[in-house]
Design a protein around this ligand. Structure first.
Ligand SMILES: NC(=O)c1ccc[n+]([C@@H]2O[C@H](COP(=O)([O-])OP(=O)(O)OC[C@H]3O[C@@H](n4cnc5c(N)ncnc54)[C@H](OP(=O)(O)O)[C@@H]3O)[C@@H](O)[C@H]2O)c1
Length: 298
């Protein structure tokens, strides 16, 4: 008999790809906010009790990193979605003897370690969004002693086909492509040529959503031990380096200029180096190869 998978947040960037990968050989029940608001604990309990899924995948997120930094109401919502709901999901998972898969972020780390972060390294978030993601991780891990079967997959800088939900954010590459394909571009920092200024900071890893969705399925099917995993494509870069490679690969002749983050001040601090080191799974393909595939399918 086919195993039953409940995918939450299926209209999002990652959720869409999870459905594609799992529907090949699982019975998939996909929900988004309209069908099940995951902050409503009673509804979550009821849904899981009635459905009896073997696997629950939580791709729901509050992702407005800057909005929740200073705005108390937004921070409260971020805490509910990212921090508290995963705990309630974990309880329902445990009660129904299912497996929970949940996604977290490189933003749980402070970004002070130039060598990157291993799965077991100590988190220390430097912004409110990161705090809420860490709360979610801890709420799940607190139930591990009671026998909760879980995978927490930390990832960073997602890109891929755009999600279909209201709040799904376009990826960095899609934003750059839009800027690059629609002249006139913003003036570059040298003030002479038209071009795009891009922040040459925040070293981390890009992750192609079809790749992480596939990796998620393999993680379960290979019976990997429960715990925390880092799933990102191979290679690390700043935003500027990524934009330069994007325009080269896409063969778009636009001048890209490196600038510091001071040029684009934002409310939430970003980690300087948040490379997620994957020490448990086989290394995935390079982000440039995944990007080539994405662009050729566009
Ligand atoms: N995107 C990145 O670069 C990135 C980086 C690191 C980690 N991650 C993590 O990766 C995971 C997937 O992110 P993503 O970019 O695919 O997210 P996404 O595109 O924003 O999708 C999230 C989905 O969750 C839904 N949702 C929000 N609140 C909900 C609620 N209360 N109940 C039910 N559904 C709700 C959203 O619907 P609405 O649009 O209607 O709100 C949306 O469909 C998240 O855990 C995220 O933190 C993402």
């Amino acid at each position: 008999m086919q195993k039953k998978v409940l995918i939450l947040g299926f209209k999002g960037n990652l959720g869409q790809q999870l459905v594609k990968v799992f529907e090949k050989n699982y019975e998939v029940v996909a929900c988004d906010r309209e069908e099940l608001d995951i902050t409503k604990k009673k509804l979550v309990d009821k849904k899981i009790k009635n459905l009896k899924p073997d696997i629950i995948i939580n791709a729901v997120a509050y992702n407005a990193v800057d909005k929740c930094e200073d705005d108390k109401k937004e921070y409260k919502l971020a805490k509910k979605i990212n921090g508290e709901a995963p705990g309630a999901l974990a309880q329902a998972t445990l009660k129904n003897n299912a497996i929970l898969i949940h996604y977290s972020s490189d933003y749980v780390f402070d970004g002070e370690n130039e060598n990157g972060y291993r799965e077991g390294d100590n988190p220390n978030p430097i912004n409110k969004y990161g705090e809420t993601k860490l709360m979610g991780e801890r709420a799940i891990m607190n139930l591990s002693e009671k026998g909760l079967k879980y995978y927490i997959i930390r990832t960073s800088k997602l890109f891929g086909p755009e999600g279909k939900s209201k709040g799904a954010k376009p990826s960095f590459f899609d934003i750059m492509l839009k800027l690059g394909e629609k002249p006139p571009y913003a003036k570059a920092s040298d003030g002479k040529k038209d071009g795009i200024d891009v922040v040459d900071e925040e070293v981390s890893c890009f992750t192609y959503t079809p790749d992480i969705a596939k990796e998620t399925k393999e993680l379960i099917e290979n019976n990997n031990p429960f715990g925390i995993y880092h799933v990102v494509n191979s290679g690390q870069c700043t935003w500027y380096e990524a934009a330069k490679e994007l325009f080269e690969i896409a063969d778009i002749g636009v001048k890209v200029s490196p600038v510091t983050s001071e040029k684009f001040p934002r409310p939430a601090k970003r980690p300087k180096y948040s490379v997620l080191l994957n020490t448990k799974l086989k290394p995935p393909r390079k982000w440039q190869d995944a990007l080539k595939e994405y662009l050729s399918n566009k």
